[in-house]
Each structure stands twice: as structure tokens, then as C-alpha cells.
Design a protein. Structure first.
Length: 224
């Protein structure tokens, strides 16, 4: 940890990035629930993240359907609402490890396969294609050495940058935090502010409303 300077400043700036994303279809697909069980074990972390965390981020505003792609496929292609509901019941926001999330998904599917051995090997109407997101990072050309500069930079960020620093950063940080909170804590020593920022539910907010909440927390800190 870098020693903090007076007035919420540091000599290790926050560097603002943006990113573009390309969805890549993996080289394997599944057609049965039994094959989905094997696929969950084989899928890489970035693939699992795409079908759960990023899916929830994309579709958090929907009032119908399920919160992850696995549940969506089970319902739409296999018409198995009970299994779909069990898969969707896992709240990814409560997980601090992709390994733990993977284990719970696998257990749910394994239990279904054990209890429904004939149905588990019946093909669905459509195949499930495993995908992952390819991320290309690009610096925005400005950085923050203080909490005030950070607040000013936050206001200028495009949505792609907010997603990069506040959502997809969780994959790089093993779900524990996000880029904003990590810098606030490690470089400015603002542990409580970092905790409050990290507790903002990006899936229950739009990116703009999440930005507004972060900004209000920072302004409150600056006024203290």
C-alpha cells in the first residue's frame, strides 16, 4: 500500500480506461442437460463470468425471464421451469469466488440429472453455445491524484469505462472488489468509502444511477 498524502491525495494516480468488448463463441456447445453438467466443469472463468455476471448486468432491467444464460436456456430450449428456477435462484452478487459459483451450478444440474436420468439426455430445441467476452483496453488520457480529481474524472466516463472499472473488473479481482474501491482503499486509505462504493448494487441500478451514487458518496466524504 502506498503511503497517503494530505487531503486525500496520493502519488499513485487512478488511471481511467475504457474498453470495447467482442463476444466470442467458444468451440463447444451442448444440447442436453447432462452435457450442460459437463460443460460447466470445462468452461473457463471468463466464460462462466459472461453467462452469469455479465448476463445479469445486461438484463437487470427485465421483468420476465431469468438472471443467467444457463437458466434461460433450460427454460426456453428444454422447457424445464423447475430446474431453470433453481439455477436462477443463485444470486451471483453474493459470491466472492467463481469456483464457489461454479460448484453450486454444477450441483444443481447434477442433482437434476440424477433424479431425471432419461430427461437429462434428451436434446433441447436449440443448442447452448458457451461464449466469452474479449476485452480490449484503451487509456482515456486522464488520471486522478486526489479524491476531488477522481470525482471529476468519474463524471466524464462513458458507459463502457464504467462497465470496465465497476463490473468486469470484478473478474480480474476475483469478485472481491472493483477498480474504484480498490484504489480508494489502497491509495487513499479510505476504507469505509471503498466499502460503501463496493456495496452499490450495479445490477439493481443503471450505470448512470450507480455513477450518481458513487458521486454522492465522494461528495459526502469531501464535505466531512
Amino acid at each position: 500500500m502506498t503511503a497517503t498524502l494530505p487531503n486525500h491525495t496520493t502519488d499513485q494516480p487512478f488511471q481511467f480506461f475504457t474498453a470495447s468488448y467482442l463476444t466470442r463463441v467458444e468451440n463447444f456447445k451442448v444440447e442436453t442437460v447432462s452435457a450442460l453438467h459437463a460443460g460447466l466443469a470445462e468452461a473457463g472463468d471468463s466464460t462462466l463470468f459472461y453467462h452469469t455476471f455479465q448476463t445479469l448486468g445486461r438484463y437487470h432491467f427485465l421483468t420476465e425471464g431469468f438472471s443467467n444464460d444457463f437458466a434461460q436456456w433450460v427454460q426456453s430450449s428444454r422447457n424445464r421451469p423447475a430446474l431453470a428456477e433453481r439455477l436462477a435462484s443463485l444470486d451471483v452478487r453474493e459470491y466472492v469466488s467463481l469456483d464457489a459459483l461454479r460448484a453450486d451450478l454444477i450441483k444443481i444440474v447434477a442433482d437434476y440429472c440424477h433424479e431425471n436420468q432419461v430427461d437429462a439426455v434428451q436434446p433441447g430445441f436449440e443448442s447452448f453455445y458457451f461464449c466469452e467476452t474479449i476485452e480490449e483496453q484503451l487509456p482515456l488520457g486522464f488520471e486522478a491524484y486526489s479524491l476531488r480529481e477522481f470525482a471529476e474524472g468519474l463524471k466524464k466516463l462513458p458507459h463502457a469505462s464504467l462497465q470496465f472499472h465497476f463490473l468486469t473488473s470484478r473478474l480480474r479481482l476475483h469478485l472481491r472488489s472493483n477498480d474504484f474501491s480498490q484504489w480508494l482503499e489502497e491509495e487513499l486509505g479510505l476504507t469505509e468509502l471503498a466499502r460503501r462504493v463496493n456495496r452499490i448494487d450495479v445490477y439493481a441500478n443503471t450505470l448512470d444511477s450507480a455513477r450518481d451514487k458513487i458521486d454522492k458518496l465522494i461528495e459526502r466524504e469531501l464535505a466531512a
